[in-house]
Design a protein around this ligand. Structure first.
Ligand code: FA5
Length: 341
């Protein structure tokens, strides 16, 4: 028994971890352990009463001793483990982790900026529905069912007969009906077209519609507002061109293009090599649209524009591909730290 005790202590001394201590326990006190087997294999019937007492007492003493030693070795090992973890995992001298500044999506930034510019010119900012009636998206803006202009805007139809608006112009007549004249309003928002996607076309994009109706509104008023808008938004001189454009809801209609700010007119993938980006279609509100909105075209006239908000953001922030805007990649968004323009 003395040998067993000595061997047990030697084994325990060589056990550096809780797991190793457990192995020693199994070796001596497990079901087939050395001490357990000694007790099992001893034939007590061959011992005298005196020998039985002495042997039994010594065996118990050895077992108790082993259990006590194992318990304190286990405690010591787990304290050592904890110490090791503490020293590698927690360094109180390291500097704290700072809070990162949030970012706003570039579309949100440009929309906030546009709203501030137009509010400064006395415009209302009006919320508008993305899911629309065919009537407001097409008929009320002088685009009846058989009009060829409908073909230009591939539409996502809902099963209930409504549609995802293809243009913010859908809100023109709603606004006229609700607010009457005189009217000065913008309605920025998301539009949807069932289009093939490329660096400058998305199936989901943003426009900002503007609508001004009053007595004696002319193309001169339209040009003045467009110039103010562009100079305030780009904070630099931009080259623009106005060319005739056809939209059923304006007469005359124009396309306002801006010289591509990404390639300075040299031609790049964003402007499809033309050097120009079609940015703000606009024109004088067609008399029939005024009628649809309940306004007398003999007394009032107006202008409307439908700025491509997504493309404005691309020009302003130098974003080369429209698909980056809808990709939801945080690494992209983080490049636009929050600020209120
Ligand atoms: C319209 O949607 C007219 N409602 C604009 C308008 C309003 C004209 C008021 C006159 C008066 P258009 O389909 O060209 O027009 O789109 C307007 C702008 O939205 C484009 O110049 C472009 O900047 C942007 N746009 C159109 N389609 C897409 C698209 N698939 N992806 C990204 N931007 C687009």
């Amino acid at each position: 028994m003395l040998e067993i005790k000595e061997q047990f202590l030697a084994d325990l001394q060589n056990a550096p971890s809780s797991e190793a201590v457990e192995q020693v326990r199994i070796k001596y006190l497990g079901r087939k352990g050395v001490i357990t087997t000694l007790a099992k294999n001893t034939d007590f019937s061959k011992l005298s009463p005196e020998e039985k007492r002495t042997f039994g007492a010594k065996l118990n003493e050895l077992k108790n001793f082993a259990e006590e030693q194992l318990a304190s070795a286990k405690d010591a090992a787990s304290t050592r483990n904890l110490g090791a973890k503490k020293s590698t995992g927690l360094d109180l001298t390291l500097p704290g982790t700072g809070r990162t500044l949030g970012a706003l999506h570039p579309i949100t930034l440009i929309q906030m900026e546009l709203e501030a510019i137009f509010q400064g010119m006395g415009f209302m900012v009006i919320p508008s529905p993305e899911c629309e009636l065919e009537y407001y998206n097409f008929d009320a803006v002088n685009t009846p069912a058989d009009h060829p202009a409908r073909e230009m805007q591939d539409t996502f139809w809902m099963t209930n007969g409504m549609l995802l608006r293809t243009q913010t112009s859908a809100n023109q007549c709603r606004t006229m009906e609700k607010y009457g004249v005189p009217l000065r309003a913008i309605f920025p928002g998301r539009c949807f077209r069932n289009e093939a996607v490329d660096p400058s076309h998305e199936n989901t994009f943003y426009q900002c519609e503007g609508l001004v109706i009053d007595k004696n509104i002319s193309v001169a008023n339209l040009i003045a507002v467009m110039k103010t808008l562009l100079s305030e938004i780009f904070h630099r001189d931009v080259v623009v061109r106005l060319r005739p454009g056809f939209f059923p809801f304006v007469e005359p209609g124009f396309e306002l293009d801006v010289r591509c700010l990404l390639c300075d007119g040299e031609g790049c993938s964003t402007c499809h090599g033309s050097g120009w980006i079609e940015l703000i279609p606009c024109g004088l509100v067609h008399p029939r649209v005024l009628e649809y909105g309940g306004i007398d075209p003999n007394e009032y006239s107006g202008f409307a524009f439908g700025a491509g908000l997504t493309r404005l953001a691309m020009m302003k922030f130098g974003i080369p591909d429209i698909r980056l805007l809808n990709a939801g990649d945080v690494r992209f968004n983080e490049q636009f730290p929050a600020f209120v323009p």
